[in-house]
Design a protein around this ligand. Structure first.
Ligand code: RNT
Ligand code: ZN
Length: 421
């Protein structure tokens, strides 16, 4: 531990202790947090099915920074590099398009646990958990923009079977790794222009989901979630799987509702939704991202939105009730730096939340002392969080401050630039 970092920690710790906070307890809680780090930042959501598959479903990446991972070996290697610079032990979130096949390439409705053996072996070796997602986009059966709500039963059947197969893979992950796996269903279904029938596609989606979830999986190993959305590129006017749709569906069917903070109207706050969700449901799933004017999936910064989400998770005692998935994909900057920065910012926001005197603030609010509430919340913004964060990084054997980028630059020169893409 660097002397300067230790000294700053000791003196800053006292400042927080004056507020009645237990800094060591906060650091201990933070060290147990598991983020679900999305593998798809590493290859611009392309997957391994075809060498030049293009992204569809109303989501998109822009940029052509060199060094994108092109196969499982490269992606795992890049993830290893990223994970070595993020404090703590986490989970990695996979999509079905990251299956690794042998000689034969089964269609998506026929994928099996064995196609993910390499991922599982890697996760075991590194002590990581895995989460999973069926991929209902970037596929000829999804070209119309409709999947589980498609008018044609054969198309729905194909995607129903894909989702069932995916849930079995999630269950296998949970069983093999001893950590419950979240399998999250997101579908792109919707219309570019004003629909003439909003109800029928939603009825079909409901029926498809009922079929998917009628196949039992072991709750010791897997949870299921459904992810809502408000619109996508080319799907501006109507989204079948809207928030109200999935909120009701998840409540009635005992599934988790997944809130992605890029999937709401711009002034809506996901932070504000957390308490309402957790009053009525035991668990919650999140996709944390940074929408810039639209669901653009920019890298997570240490911004007010993420900080408020973190505060709500801590205040409501929800850290062990929530799956914290990251969901961004920027192809215009070093992809490993994107992972590291987004993950570190999320953890930093959680640290800030853990170093907030929440009981005191709650009491002040109940007393109606809104002046003191505002003053304290504002003054806390310039408390020496960075000193505690630097110490936490060093304690967890990862570089503090911007030093970590040097490591990535070296990797870029030695590995990424040699990939020639
Ligand atoms: C799309 C959703 C979804 C995807 C990933 C790839 O808008 O956010 O979660 O980003 O599954
Ligand atoms: Zn998402």
């Amino acid at each position: 531990m660097k002397k300067e970092i230790l000294e700053r920690y000791e003196s800053s710790k006292k400042i927080y202790e004056n507020l009645g906070l237990d800094v060591e307890k906060a650091l201990n809680t933070l060290s147990k947090v598991k983020l679900s780090i999305h593998c798809w930042q590493g290859d611009d959501v392309r997957g391994f099915e075809t060498p030049d598959s293009s992204l569809s479903g109303g989501i998109s990446t822009t940029g052509n920074y060199p060094g994108r991972a092109r196969n499982g070996e490269e992606l795992r290697m890049d993830l290893d590099k990223a994970l070595s610079l993020i404090p703590g032990t986490h989970k990695v979130n996979l999509h079905a398009i990251y299956a690794e096949f042998g000689a034969e390439t089964p269609s998506r409705d026929k994928i099996e646990p064995r196609h993910f053996e390499k991922w599982v072996n890697w996760a075991k070796e590194k002590g990581l958990g895995l989460d999973f997602n069926p991929s209902l986009f970037s596929h000829e059966m999804a070209d119309s923009g409709l999947t589980l709500s498609h008018p044609c039963p054969e198309v729905r059947e194909f995607w129903i079977n894909h989702c069932i197969a995916s849930r079995k893979i999630g269950e296998y992950f949970g069983k093999e790794l001893g950590q419950t796996c979240l399998t999250n269903i997101w579908i792109p279904d919707g219309y570019k222009d004003t629909p003439s029938d909003r109800l029928t596609p939603r009825k079909r989606l409901k029926e498809s989901l009922d079929r998917i979830f009628s196949v039992p999986t072991d709750s010791r190993y897997s949870d299921d979630s459904v992810e809502s959305k408000v619109f996508g590129i080319g799907v501006e006017s109507y989204t079948v799987g809207s928030h109200e749709f999935y909120l009701n569906y998840s409540m009635l069917n005992n599934k988790l509702c997944l809130l992605d903070n890029g999937h709401f109207h711009p002034t809506e706050s996901v932070a504000d939704k957390i308490s309402s969700m957790l009053l009525f449901q035991d668990k919650l799933a999140l996709h944390i991202t940074r929408p810039v004017r639209w669901d653009s999936d920019h890298v997570i910064t240490f911004n007010d939105e993420v900080r408020e989400i973190a505060k709500e998770l801590v205040r409501t005692n929800a850290l062990d009730k929530v799956y914290m998935g990251l969901d961004f994909f920027d192809a215009s900057i070093n992809r490993i730096a994107a992972w590291v920065l987004g993950s570190r910012n999320t953890l930093k926001a959680l640290l800030e939340a853990l170093l907030t005197p929440n009981d005191l603030l709650s009491k002040i609010q109940d007393e109606g002392n809104f002046t003191r509430r505002l003053v304290l919340l504002e003054e806390l913004k310039t408390y020496p969080l960075g000193d505690i964060w630097d110490y936490f990084c060093e304690l967890n054997n990862v570089p503090s401050r911007e030093e970590w980028l040097n490591d990535i630059k070296k990797y870029e020169n030695e590995i990424l630039n040699k990939r020639g893409n």
